[in-house]
Design a protein around this ligand. Structure first.
Ligand SMILES: Cc1cc2nc3c(=O)[nH]c(=O)nc-3n(C[C@H](O)[C@H](O)[C@H](O)COP(=O)(O)OP(=O)(O)OC[C@H]3O[C@@H](n4cnc5c(N)ncnc54)[C@H](O)[C@@H]3O)c2cc1C
Length: 203
């Protein structure tokens, strides 16, 4: 899937009055699914509660109050996440690059967390197919291309649950770094995606 476009997450530099942050697709046209909603419709303000309901990445039960609390007193990472979620698409609208990303990471990390310790040859082969399909099929073409390049230098580790979770965490961190986000502590993938924190707040 070759592209000549601006990397997702980077600003368009074309002079034809594209909103900053608009990402171009392989056809040279603005790519909606490669772009954050706030960059597609700059100046759009939509209800916090509505966007929480519309969030695809899980945790949709979190209230607007919780997000405001995160903005007021959360860590830098919590503030970044809260801000990112306030200006996503309204409920029942197609996802933007961020909603799609959160939903996909949720699926991939959770699948890795429940992958067998000792997978059968069939399970390994299917996991490899799933991962190798992403650079071909993932609808954000820039994301897909970069992920494919990363997979060339870091082939998937499908040997077992621990290796796969670590490999995926590192790939996700590559994307985090590209987007200027904090790296995630890969020792905490089970806590985040399977067991929940020890204080029991997710039980
Ligand atoms: C394969 C792929 C490639 C992508 N490429 C791009 C791109 O090129 N440009 C672009 O704009 N967007 C891209 N995205 C989307 C981007 O990664 C984010 O999903 C999106 O920006 C929303 O980010 P977020 O801060 O809400 O949390 P996300 O990055 O979606 O993370 C969701 C949750 O996962 C947890 N988490 C974070 N990092 C890790 C980690 N390393 N390991 C385990 N758990 C973690 C955190 O709890 C976080 O809240 C891509 C998504 C995917 C699936």
């Amino acid at each position: 899937m070759s592209t000549t476009n601006v990397p997702a997450g980077a600003s368009s530099t074309s002079k034809n009055k594209m909103p900053p942050g608009m990402v171009m697709g392989p056809d040279g046209k603005p790519c909606k699914i490669c772009t954050a909603f706030r960059n597609w419709r700059p100046g759009t303000t939509s209800g916090i509660e509505g966007n929480e309901r519309g969030r695809a990445g899980g945790g949709g039960h979190r209230s607007a109050a919780a997000m405001m609390a995160a903005l007021a007193s959360g860590t830098a990472s919590e503030k970044t996440n809260a801000v990112a979620r306030i200006d996503g698409p309204p409920p029942n609208c197609p996802p933007d690059v961020e909603q799609l990303g959160r939903a996909t990471w949720t699926f991939l990390h959770t699948t890795a967390a429940y992958y067998p310790e000792r997978p059968s040859p069939t399970q390994r082969a299917n996991m490899l197919m799933l991962l190798r399909s992403l650079p071909v099929l993932y609808p954000c073409t820039n994301c897909a291309d970069d992920f494919g390049e990363d997979m060339k230098t870091h082939p998937p580790d499908v040997s077992g649950r621990v290796g796969l979770s670590r490999w995926l965490c590192e790939r996700h961190n590559e994307v985090n770094e590209k987007l200027g986000k904090e790296r995630f502590d890969c020792a905490k993938t089970d806590e985040r995606w399977k067991d929940g924190p020890e204080d029991g707040r997710c039980d």
